[in-house]
Write a protein that binds this ligand. Sequence first.
Ligand SMILES: Cc1cc2nc3c(=O)[nH]c(=O)nc-3n(C[C@H](O)[C@H](O)[C@H](O)COP(=O)(O)O)c2cc1C
Length: 181
Amino acid sequence: MTTQEKSIVIAVTGSIAAFKTCELVRSLAKQGYPVQVIMTPNAERFIGRVTFQALTDRPVYVSEWETGMVHIDVKNMAGVFAVVPITANTIGKFANGIADDIVSSTYLALGCPVLIAPAMNPGMFAHPAVQRNLSVLRQDGVQILDPTSGEVVCGDSGQGKMADIATIENRIIEVYRSATS
Ligand SMILES: Cc1cc2nc3c(=O)[nH]c(=O)nc-3n(C[C@H](O)[C@H](O)[C@H](O)COP(=O)(O)O)c2cc1C
């Protein structure tokens, strides 16, 4: 793992929207951006790491216990850190300083811009606990790519659908360029 060239670090968490992150990672890698993917163990229930490994031609980290202090290596290489999608669970961890997996541990160690793209059931998104946690993250300087309204996979309607991948991609590139220029 090189720390000389800053990477776009994409963290994936356990949402049904995780399949959309494959397109995002493919598009960024195809344009020549250095992309490093990390995942929570629950994200791997949705998408296998081998998919992201093939798309980025890099190892994908899911556990800190496999190869040493990965969260420190990843934070050193990060030019921007984008969590796409981010679950209610991981939002709660970030807002409360809980670091019990590679994604939340890396988040606490970071010194680069952070973007998050929430995706969840509209009832979850509207819950005061989630809104409270998002407000804490906003105050902490995290850029939130708001979910849109519409029908989500479970059939419910309301705000909770992850922002459009093209919108997320453009914002990541913009922030990465300004952070690394
Ligand atoms: C089929 C399925 C879809 C899910 N989709 C979401 C989702 O879109 N957003 C969310 O916040 N949680 C979702 N969950 C619940 C999370 O997977 C669960 O809260 C998990 O603990 C998140 O772990 P992580 O944040 O460590 O990845 C889903 C669970 C299942 C079984």
